[in-house]
Design a protein. Structure first.
Length: 325
């Protein structure tokens, strides 16, 4: 679909003539009824009505494509017009099996991608990858991998070519979109280490988990040793921002300790939680017998990117397992 572009075409839409009485085309009757004269207002109206479908669907006008109005209508129907971006609960975002330092992949039975106008397009049987050594669709939006940086992963859609790709970006909300791609949905985040290589991370639906083994080789310990008081309690503030992105909404961790009789640990999402009082235990708190190992896995809604830690023994620790977005 393309607007008329002959040399005599007007550069802007002419002002329509005054309203007349609505009617119908006629070939006329020679000598009795004149034939209906072709009118610029009517042709401009029909042209702009058709162009409006392309505009709503975000499709670029093409003089050589003959089904753009049909494609626009199909996309608008499939999208349900307005909606929310998202993805199916079977989404799985994983490190690449061959080159996990710089590549990742994603699968899902479906995803809903949204454009700036709020229109949504549905992509089915999603299977895409990102090569962060390249830029553009299927790669990083701009620049190169940096150390100790969170990258956010998107599915993107080009409505003109009906092409689905994945894209990496340091922006959690506004990636630099490749030309022609106007729909997006963020589906995962991924963290690089000091060598600009990705830690192994696996996301299933909303849950992201660090894969301890190769990189990282051990869990990320964000607090350790004696700190504060588990009975008063007095907490030490622990920042999680090195291992949780600002898009995280829940924190999954493990706290623990070993030691003598009554050794203990307490962690909480804010400093107002009770600790190891004799009658009330806190958010995640425990005391062990002599020589006992205490390990407390927990899942907490984040109130900030800080958590709160107390331990009465040097073996106490708080470690990161993963997060939810």
């Amino acid at each position: 679909m393309y607007r008329i572009d002959i040399p005599s075409a007007a550069a802007s839409l002419p002002t329509p003539s005054a309203l007349g009485t609505e009617g119908f085309w006629t070939a006329g009757v020679p000598g009795t009824v004149p034939a209906t004269v072709m009118d610029q207002d009517w042709f401009n109206m029909v042209q702009e009505e058709l162009i409006a479908f392309l505009t709503a669907a975000g499709i670029t006008h093409s003089k050589s494509t003959r089904n753009q109005v049909l494609t626009s209508v199909q996309q608008l129907i499939a999208s349900g017009s307005l909606g929310l971006a998202g993805y199916s609960t079977d989404l799985l975002a994983v490190p690449d099996g061959t080159t996990p330092n710089t590549k990742s992949g994603v699968t899902a039975s479906e995803a809903l991608l949204q454009n700036a106008s709020g229109l949504v397009v549905r992509a089915a049987a999603v299977s895409q990858s990102i090569d962060y050594t390249t830029t553009g669709a299927g790669g990083l939006d701009t620049g190169a991998l940096a150390p100790n940086t969170f990258y956010y992963e998107y599915l993107i859609w080009n409505p003109t070519t009906s092409t689905l790709k994945a894209l990496g970006s340091t922006s959690p909300t506004a990636p630099t979109m490749p030309s022609g791609y106007t729909y997006k949905v963020r589906y995962a985040s991924r963290l690089t280490d000091g060598s600009s290589h990705f830690y192994r991370m696996r996301k299933a639906n909303r849950e992201t988990q660090y894969l301890v083994g190769t990189n990282p080789t051990t869990p990320f310990v964000v607090a350790s040793g004696s700190a504060g008081s588990i009975s008063v309690p007095t907490y030490t503030t622990v920042s999680l921002s090195s291992f949780l992105p600002p898009t995280a909404r829940r924190f999954r961790g493990v706290a623990g300790c070993t030691g003598a009789n009554s050794s203990g640990i307490a962690v909480a999402p804010n400093a107002s939680w009770p600790g190891n009082a004799s009658t009330v235990f806190g958010f995640a708190a425990n005391q062990g017998a002599a020589g006992a190992n205490v390990a407390i896995p927990f899942d907490s809604v984040l109130e900030s990117l800080n958590f709160f830690y107390a331990s009465n023994v040097s073996s106490g620790f708080l470690a990161v397992v993963g997060y939810s977005e």
